[in-house]
Design a protein around this ligand. Sequence first.
Ligand SMILES: Cc1cc2nc3c(=O)[nH]c(=O)nc-3n(C[C@H](O)[C@H](O)[C@H](O)COP(=O)(O)OP(=O)(O)OC[C@H]3O[C@@H](n4cnc5c(N)ncnc54)[C@H](O)[C@@H]3O)c2cc1C
Length: 453
Amino acid sequence: MATTWLGPKGRTEALASMADEELDVLVVGGGIVGAGIALDAVSRGLSTGLIEARDFASGTSSRSSKLIHGGLRYLEQLDFELVREALHERGLLLTTIAPHLVRPVPFLFPFQHHWERFYIGAGVTLYDTLAMTSRNNRGLPSHRHLTRSGALRVFPALKRGALAGAVQYWDCQVDDARFVTTVLRTAAGLGARIASRVQAVEFLREGEHVVGATAADLETGEKKQIRARQVVNAAGVWTDDIQEMVGGRGQIHVSASKGVHLVVPRDRIQASSGMILQTEKSVLFVIPWGRHWIIGTTDTPWDLDKENPAASRADIDYVLDHVNQVLRTPLGRDDVEGVYAGLRPLLSGSPRRPRSSPVNTRSRTPCRGSSSSRAASTPPTGSWPRTRWTRSRTGWAARSPPRSPTSCRWWARTVTRPCTTSGTGWPATPDCTSPGSRTCCAGTVPGCTTSST
Ligand SMILES: Cc1cc2nc3c(=O)[nH]c(=O)nc-3n(C[C@H](O)[C@H](O)[C@H](O)COP(=O)(O)OP(=O)(O)OC[C@H]3O[C@@H](n4cnc5c(N)ncnc54)[C@H](O)[C@@H]3O)c2cc1C
């Protein structure tokens, strides 16, 4: 096993070796999607490289709500398959893949009218049932119904008049940036060549075919050509920029939606549980995070600098106003110790199904028999639990089974049994792969391009 140390020396060596030989797979983007794809590819024995323009997880993947969840609110959209799949992955992450990184977290779901108990209770019962039927619910307690007094014992910071009762259910959380680096280190340990501060600035073409990228080393200013049989665009909200570089061929158009979180010291809210609140647009989470609470999020279009999305006064007021509706002692601006903003990659022109989740803005229509132009393939964006699902939709899954169960050595240091590589959806049969093709359709996006050879 190669070193998992992602230091300067390893970076220089990785970059040199990527330029030396033609890779099977070059991934552009070091967020969770790119990291997951690189791990999947290398664990199947493919020679794999990944370049990240800035630091690993410096994009959306370090600015999320840090939840590994099935998406309780998507049940309202009746997307049971999506929720079941995410819950299955949540269970696997918690019990097998990364039990050292993923933690259970309780959420109180307060309601104001007694009739809501049936509605919310039914939703949460279904949520837990879907988790149980995925056979991976181990480690998470079932939901419970609470009276108003019971809910106030769990969350004394709530205004008595703000609730008639509550349901408490469980989800999971993870340090998102740490998770990305762990996945990348696992991939590096299996031989993937991984380099940060290296930007794809141009794509190499042979006719219609993308056969690699020109990569700029942002530390030295040097440019290198990296040749690869498949180039995967995992650039999140930068997806359109990458597609522009390959001649605007991609049929995916990604826009950015900003989500802001406030970070508040733990002692400002007296509670022993997280909380989920329904808002007029979506939901607002109050999430325990070490000695702090993370409160968010918002959902507004963003077309300014993608590297540095910033929270506005209106964003902060929105979050404070909503959480203060239920808090006995309202939070003020002085209570806010930190603010961070992230950009959701959303498919433009797609129906905005379950509110603003990139997972759900993707149509899951398979792309069999699509066009013959060969372009950098673009994986679907997704939520954290669905990372493996994303990877399994890249075309090489069918051709190259994962190398061995030991591929989880770094991914899950404390795992007590080998990671399962079959019967868990890894790999699932890809939707469009022709044997021998050099590029593949990585997304399940209508009309996405794929190769004909
Ligand atoms: C506010 C918010 C809260 C969220 N909360 C959750 C949650 O709780 N649970 C959940 O499951 N999901 C959540 N999500 C969604 C999830 O975080 C994202 O879907 C996921 O992080 C996207 O990862 P990515 O790898 O596609 O993008 P990114 O993390 O943005 O990675 C893309 C990378 O590509 C790099 N790049 C771009 N151009 C180039 C180039 N030319 N060359 C090299 N590299 C390049 C960028 O620097 C960047 O690091 C949330 C999203 C937001 C915005």
